[in-house]
Design a protein around this ligand. Structure first.
Ligand code: ADP
Ligand code: MG
Length: 463
């Protein structure tokens, strides 16, 4: 029952008289913190459970929690207290971003949608923070950026404009910037392909396709994000195709983003692919070091002017952060935020060692640990030659490290026992089992062993 309520309204309905209306609290947040901070942070907090004197709030990630706690906790508490005075504490729960959760969000949206127009207006909001002014130019996005700007000066010269690139490289940012630039004088529609489908299905169910078609086809600038979402969805492709054609016919500008080029969109009808490729296709590449450093510096000045506080990060730390995030600007910003949040919590200027420490968790999630790596680190740690560690010799100074390496291989990689055995000079899987058992027992009983294992794990994370 409780769960159901939660799912339907995203607000826990308590038995008590004083029920906190999360929507009201969110409005308070919006007023207190302003739209920018609200939409990037506080809006993403959900109410999980309400008690008389405290609340359990849901946040998407650990970093998010740290950030919120370090910056806004006092004010958040003040606001919820004003809505319900008996509250004196807040707990945060990290909601895993798993499938169930996204279902939950969808169900939620479903309940909110009353009439197509209202609902689309709700989702058609452009984010004022994602504009051209704060989109930093670099070699990897130069062409995409310059054509995005050109589109705004001369509508319909390149139609559609198709921007492609991997996740977190700035596609949505650019699309949003185009929308902001054009919205004054045009009827701009900005929607993700996923939302487009959602409204499409909703309209079919409600027998309201006429409204749906009208609504999308009357825009003069139609911006659709992440078109790869239509892959494999036949009826959606059909509808998209017709929307696309009628928009082009009446001279509307179409801007599309995707994670790949039109021709690489498998399970998409050929006629759609050729329409998508029929205008101008530009791509965004992985950022180089120079761009990453520029983005970090820009973010720092933004934060400084927004929060009126100075954040001192040395060139060394900036370079480290830039170098550590390899594939995406979203990741880069996430890492940077984490560093800043900690420097703020601990109220100190971070040196490189602090920074490495803070980020250990972040990187361990993306680091791949292999059996090879484990063997190398362990043999170095115990100062024995790798060939001796892998040999058949059974002397204690070799056998222990060998067992430790097997144990870590089992714990830290997804290799099976026989596979691990093979990597240790073709040993039997029962030898590996024995090693795992021995080291598990020793690391529980023997402080020295426990310490060694932890140090080796740390070394592995640093590699
Ligand atoms: P995508 O849609 O390609 O997955 P986003 O547009 O969501 O990526 O970008 C991820 C994050 O990186 C956003 O916060 C965005 O503002 C930021 N970002 C990406 N490229 C740039 C850039 N060139 N300058 C400033 N911020 C950028
Ligand atoms: Mg995007």
């Amino acid at each position: 029952m409780e769960k159901n309520n939660h799912k339907k309204h995203n607000v826990y309905i308590s038995e008590e008289e004083n029920i906190l209306k999360w929507e009201d609290v969110q409005n308070l947040f919006k007023n207190t913190f302003g739209n920018e901070v609200y939409s990037s942070w506080l809006q993403k907090i959900s109410l999980i459970k309400e008690f008389n004197d405290y609340l359990v709030l849901g946040v998407p990630t650990r970093f998010f929690r740290d950030w919120i706690v370090s910056r806004y906790l006092d004010k958040i508490l003040e606001q919820v207290k004003s809505a319900k005075p008996s509250l004196n504490r807040i707990e945060f729960k990290i909601i895993e971003e798993n499938k169930n959760n996204s279902d939950l969000i969808k169900i939620d949206e479903l309940n909110k949608v009353s009439e197509i127009k209202d609902s689309i207006l709700n989702y058609n909001r452009l984010n004022p923070n994602l504009n051209f002014d704060n989109f930093i130019q670099g070699k990897s996005n130069d062409i995409a950026l310059s054509y995005s700007k050109k589109i705004c000066e001369h509508l319909s010269r390149y139609n559609p404009l198709y921007i492609c690139g991997g996740v977190g490289l700035g596609k949505t940012h650019l699309l949003n910037a185009i929308g902001l630039e054009l919205q004054g004088e045009n009827n701009v529609m900005f929607i993700s392909a996923e939302r487009f489908m959602y409204h499409f299905i909703k309209s079919i169910k409600k027998n309201d396709m006429v409204n749906f078609k009208d609504f999308f086809r009357k825009s003069s600038v139609f911006i659709i994000d992440d078109i790869q979402f239509i892959r494999g969805k036949e009826s959606l492709q059909e509808e998209f195709f017709h929307t696309f054609n009628s928009l082009i016919e009446k001279g509307s500008q179409i801007i599309i983003s995707a994670d790949r080029t039109p021709m690489k969109l498998d399970r998409v009808q050929e006629r759609i692919k050729s329409r998508l490729a029929g205008g101008l296709v530009v791509d965004i590449d992985i950022p180089d070091l120079e761009l990453k450093v520029k983005i970090i510096r820009k973010k720092l000045t933004e934060i400084e002017s927004q929060f009126k506080e100075s954040i001192n990060l040395s060139d060394e730390v900036i370079n480290y952060v830039a170098n550590e995030s390899k594939a995406s600007i979203r990741e880069l910003i996430g890492i940077l935020n984490r560093v800043i949040a900690f420097s703020r919590v601990h109220n100190k200027v971070l040196n490189l060692a602090d920074c490495k420490n803070i980020l250990k968790d972040v990187f361990s999630q993306i680091k791949v640990i292999t059996v090879d790596k484990i063997q190398n680190v362990v043999s170095n740690y115990y100062n024995i030659p790798l060939s001796d560690m892998l040999s058949q010799r059974r002397s204690r100074p070799l056998a222990r490290p060998r067992q430790v390496a097997m144990y870590l291989a089992k714990k830290m990689t997804s290799r099976s026992l026989p596979e691990i055995g093979r990597r240790f000079a073709n040993r039997d899987h029962t030898t590996v089992i024995h090693a795992v058992k021995t080291i598990t027992r020793l690391s529980e009983q023997d402080d020295e062993m426990k310490k060694n294992i932890n140090q080796i794990k740390d070394l592995l994370q640093e590699q």
